[in-house]
Design a protein around this ligand. Sequence first.
Ligand code: F6R
Length: 610
Amino acid sequence: MCGVIGYTGRRQAGPMLVSGLRRLEYRGYDSAGIAAHTADGIAVRKLAGRVGGLQGLLEREPLAGTSGIAHTRWATHGAPIAVNAHPHTDCTGRIALVHNGIIENADALRELLQRDGHTFSTQTDTETLTHLIERAEGDNLEARVVAALEHVVGTYGIAVISADEPGKIVVARQGSPLLLGIGDGEYFVASDASAIVEQTRSVVYLDDGDIAVLTPDRYHVMDRDAHVQLREVDDVTWDLAAIELNGYAHFMQKEILEQPETVRSTLRGRLMFEEGCARLNGLNLTLADCADVRRLTIVACGTSWHSGLVGRHIIESLAGIPVTVEYASEYRYGPQLRQPGTLTVAISQSGETADTLEAMRAARAAGSRVIGIVNVVGSTIAREADGGIYLHAGPEIGVASTKAFTSQIVALALLGLYLSESRGLALERRQDFAWRLAQLPALVARALALEPDIRVLAQSLVGQGAGNALYLGRGVNFPVALEGALKLKEISYLHAEGYPAAEMKHGPIALIDEAMPVVFVAPHDEVYPKVLSNMEEVRARGGKIIAITTEGNGDVRRLAEHQLRVPATAPLLSPILTVIPLQLLAYHIAVLRGCDVDRPRNLAKSVTVE
Ligand code: F6R
């Protein structure tokens, strides 16, 4: 939510900040703005709308300066209009600030500051910070920022500049991600590495409570008492190509089609075929630790929660350990029971989702060991967890999560295999599962070959003007039905509902008529005959059936108007294949409906507010 970037050095800040902001647009795209140190103090340009608009504004009203800050917004407090766009300034216009996060006591602060004579010009919570810094005492900007933050309750990743200290940027982090980019005679701050990787691959991840001060000549990190903190410089390991479209129309399309490679990358070096086990060094769990695990609690949101539901089936089947899967947002405010032997697994593509992070912290406070299944290296969940599994799927830019979902299931399958070793699962079964996992990249590629058929199906569905769809599945494929429906909803704005196929007759069956497409996720597994009966029930009521099934399955031909066949695999791994046609279907429907696939309305990629 919201992208923050800053630059100080010897080059012109404007073009660099705008190009960085473009990379951060997936975090929010309601409005955009920039502030720079110029010869006359601080100049600000901002508007409602996207970074492209800001670039146009800067061409009309250029801004010359070699240090500055910029922002792309996902609105929380205050409508997405120009006045509420960041950067915000104080009463004098000599301090400018960009912010990602939420100031929870903003109303009380606003009242207090107004009583003190400060004039507010926006409806945002962020503006309180500029006035707090304005009235704070201190010898320099960093001292005033620290003094101001003492009054603040909430989360923030901020970058601040002052006309009195040209070339300096002060940065503070509490609950919202920020990293520094280390260049040669120039420094950056950004919400994530994608914004600066074109300029430098050396980064410093900031921790909560950190204050950083950047000038063209040096940077330092300190705590709130001005004690210098030593922070390691890390290398960004992925290439620029990973965050470019490279000829694809959309990031979502690119990321769907990348899945043979991303699944391979999640598996790389982690399977031991002879031993029938997984090598997961980052977990920091010995076999003896695994033997002590009595239950797993998975916490996650959205698509990651769906992968957790699949993971439950896999882990319970392989390792026989009971698993509960919780919405992180519900779990964190529920009673977290202190149950010895609980291993909590936080699943998050971004590693920054506020609810998942807080759920993980709550679980730890209740005595649980926590591990993270995370894609973004160096993210907060990855760093706070006791251990974990990185997806290594590369940056996911499209707001709708696709390649992270399949890699999360792969990571959960590896975890299941790892845990199963200490639970006495027969060697043969473990070896077989390892081989099945290794075959997945090639099978995913075969599932992707369905794309031309799916495009035709999408054309027919859009042509019929269907406004609703029902997605049904059973067992390990019920979460795939949920995920297929979520993909359609979020990028094409069509209503879709995922349901367990057999539950349909307890209510949703009333919705079925000739106008209702019903997507069945029905690969060949032990519940397949049951799902066929559910198809009969839909068919009997005139519903139009689209079946995602396994190659060679002939029975659905009679029942389904459209059939999409994915290759066979171990039933527990089938979601990695059955979800592919659903991702492609949602993508093509959204494109045909003219939707902005990579930036769906009201959404942001990384949800760092609760
Ligand atoms: C849907 C989607 C979201 C995320 C959710 C959790 O396509 O992307 O539902 O899955 O916001 O995000 P992470 O995995 O980053 O914690």
